[in-house]
Design a protein around this ligand. Structure first.
Ligand code: GUN
Ligand code: ZN
Length: 450
């Protein structure tokens, strides 16, 4: 009998493409940004198999390739990446509150209590992943709650969609409601079991997740450090230097340490694949430690504005003499939007407040390859090139009447790009491909799991 090839036929998409071959902050935008006004991106078996000018690639596509042409008013990019987000906070996004510590007590913690129920967690995970896809986000680094079943539910739902995703159960053994506390031992054991089950399963990855220094005892930070040592391939995610009252509290709780980052560094949590949310008030010395240890910052500007935390100075983070890996994060529910375009808009405003001008191409780098670099994933995701995983977002450059009107006056591609990140939101996302599969198409509003 003949061996029938049951694989789906190769697919390809056509339209303008923006991608990056390197880091424009360190190597300049002209050397690293690639704009191809009429390109074809071919995909098979979850990967990009070809990319280049349509005239050239079109001639060498395998027979039977279906080419979907998105047209001149679209923009094809690597899928967006969110380096810091709390899926359990989806039901309380947009909570009217005081700043961080009150917001946590009054809104985040009460909501997180509900995740003892795995089916509730699953229902939220579905909404959360739907919102990611609606916003062109194809990879995220996600906080769950203290309940291991919250992580189970998210991993199961992400697996059904074929998403590359990192997540972890929160470690928290003090300064929170009793029902949200684990212990150094149960937190360690539960994390260990989740790592064994999920890390490296398909596209899923585990992140050891001590929430932040104030909610973990020394013993728990010690246990988190042990998990990191035992699983160097896993992520470590936590918060740092987000809010002035938080920083003062850490000083009180850890008087023996030489600052907030030193708490984490002492417990061996500063390392490659460590992602620290916010970092607004990191000192120059702390930035130097971040650089030296290969740690990354997740810059979450909509959250920083919403919670009144402050304005992160991205210019300081990317300084040439000691660049710190920097990604972009929505930080929902502290953040106010799942839209990476809206997040870039806020990143631009935060940079302006620090007299730093964030160009549109630098911002798109942050949303794609830059955040992949922060997560040590730039060899797999974050750019359009043969061999990369086929996670792709297709933007509509005329998604609202105002944007369409404004675009008439755009005199350059850079300007058109800036208009999108300033005025655009989820409506600009026309299609989202995950590992080569069309998972979201705006005009038919379908989310399809295999
Ligand atoms: N710090 C500790 N927990 C949180 C959280 O859930 N959100 C934000 N924005 N900051 C935190
Ligand atoms: Zn956060």
């Amino acid at each position: 009998m003949k061996n029938r090839d049951t694989r789906p036929p190769p697919t390809a998409i056509r339209g303008p493409v923006l991608t990056f071959t390197g880091n424009p902050f360190t190597h300049g935008v002209e050397k690293t940004a690639v704009y191809e006004p009429d390109a074809i991106v071919a995909m098979a078996d979850g990967r990009i198999t070809d990319f280049g000018p349509a005239q050239i690639v079109g001639r060498r596509l395998p027979a039977g390739t279906e080419v979907k042409n998105y047209g001149r008013d679209s923009l094809i990019s690597a899928g967006f990446i969110d380096s810091h987000v709390h899926f359990p906070q989806t039901p309380m996004i947009a909570a009217y509150s005081e700043q961080l510590l009150d917001w946590l007590t009054d809104y985040a913690f009460p909501t997180e209590l509900k995740y003892a129920d795995k089916e509730f967690a699953r229902s939220v995970a579905r909404v959360f992943l739907r919102e990611n896809l609606r916003n062109g986000i194809t990879t995220a680094c996600v906080y769950c709650t203290v309940h291991p079943q919250s992580a189970e539910a998210l991993f199961e739902e992400a697996e059904a969609l074929g998403l590359r995703l990192a997540a972890g159960k929160v470690l928290m053994d003090r300064n929170a409601p009793a029902a949200l506390l684990d212990t150094p031992k149960t937190g360690y054991d539960d994390s260990k079991a989740l790592i064994a089950k999920w890390h490296g399963r398909g596209r899923l990855m585990y992140a050891v997740t001590p929430r932040f220094a104030p909610t973990s005892s020394r013993e728990q930070l010690e246990a988190a450090g042990a998990l990191c040592r035992e699983h160097p391939e896993c992520y470590l995610q936590t918060h740092i230097s987000e809010n002035k009252n938080e920083i003062a509290w850490v000083k009180e709780l850890f008087p023996e340490r030489n600052g907030y980052l030193d708490v984490y560094d002492h417990y061996s949590l500063c390392r490659p694949r460590a992602i620290f949310g916010h970092g607004i008030y990191l000192s120059d010395e702390e930035m130097q430690v971040m650089h030296r240890t290969g740690s990354a910052i997740a810059h979450c500007p909509t959250s920083n504005f919403f919670l009144g935390s402050g304005c992160f100075n991205i210019g300081r983070a990317v300084r040439h003499d000691r660049p710190v890996r920097t990604g972009i994060g929505t930080d929902v529910g502290g953040g106010t939007s799942f839209s990476i375009l809206a997040t870039l808009n806020s990143a631009y405003s935060a940079a302006q407040s620090n007299s730093y001008r964030l160009s549109a191409r630098h911002a798109y780098y942050l949303a794609t390859r830059g955040t992949a670099h922060a997560m040590y994933l730039e060899d797999r995701i974050g750019s359009i090139a043969a061999g990369m995983e086929a996670d792709i977002v297709v933007l509509d450059m005329k998604s609202t009447p105002l944007i369409e009107y404004r675009m008439q006056f755009a005199e350059s591609f850079e300007e058109a790009l800036f208009i999108q990140m300033t005025l655009g939101d989820d409506r600009a996302v026309q299609a989202t491909y995950v590992a080569g599969e069309l998972r979201y198409a705006r005009d038919s509003a379908q989310i399809t799991a295999s």
